[in-house]
Design a protein. Structure first.
Length: 170
């Protein structure tokens, strides 16, 4: 295992365990995503769709930033798992929020529209990676862009359906 310019763990092509570690880290992320889907579903029922989505954005940004400074592979894999947990809420809760705000005739379009932003981000990622070839800087950029989503908080309404469930409970 080699160290980068900051003296931290860095995967390298010369490290024969790197491909297996990459796969392990990817699996850790998606395992986190699996558990995060259940966690954020329950959280959005408890605290509201809007608040859960914004908490997920903040948690995802924090976890991505922590991934960028992971000193060891074990810390990297752990923070990737945490990033998966946090990121699951962004997609899941935005999907639910978008479909609960609109009427049945446009619900399908609203559901697809939420995922278009995700796809656009995935398409833009290679260009960002070309501009920031060091993976730590790429993770920090990802964290900052995710954190910027919190600026949309005032524009995001709460789900009318969730608000109705709160009236029934109270």
């Amino acid at each position: 295992m080699e160290e980068d310019e900051e003296g931290c763990w860095a995967p390298t092509p010369s490290d024969p365990s790197s491909p297996s570690q990459v796969q392990l880290a990817n699996s850790a992320y998606f395992l986190g995503f699996l558990f995060g889907s259940a966690l954020w579903g329950m959280a959005s029922d408890a605290v509201g769709r809007r608040r859960a989505m914004m908490l997920s954005c903040a948690a995802s940004a924090l976890c991505a930033a922590l991934t960028a400074v992971a000193p060891t592979f074990a810390a990297y894999a752990l923070t990737r798992t945490a990033t998966g947990i946090a990121t699951a809420g962004m997609g899941l809760v935005s999907f639910v929020l978008a479909t609960e705000i609109v009427g049945p005739p446009v619900r399908g379009v609203a559901a697809i529209a939420t995922q278009l932003f995700w796809a656009a981000g995935e398409c833009a990622l290679p260009a960002v990676a070309l501009a920031l070839p060091q993976w730590r800087r790429l993770m920090l950029a990802s964290a900052l862009l995710t954190l910027a989503l919190l600026l949309l908080w005032p524009l995001v309404p709460e789900s009318p359906r969730w608000l109705l469930t709160q009236v029934r409970r109270g």
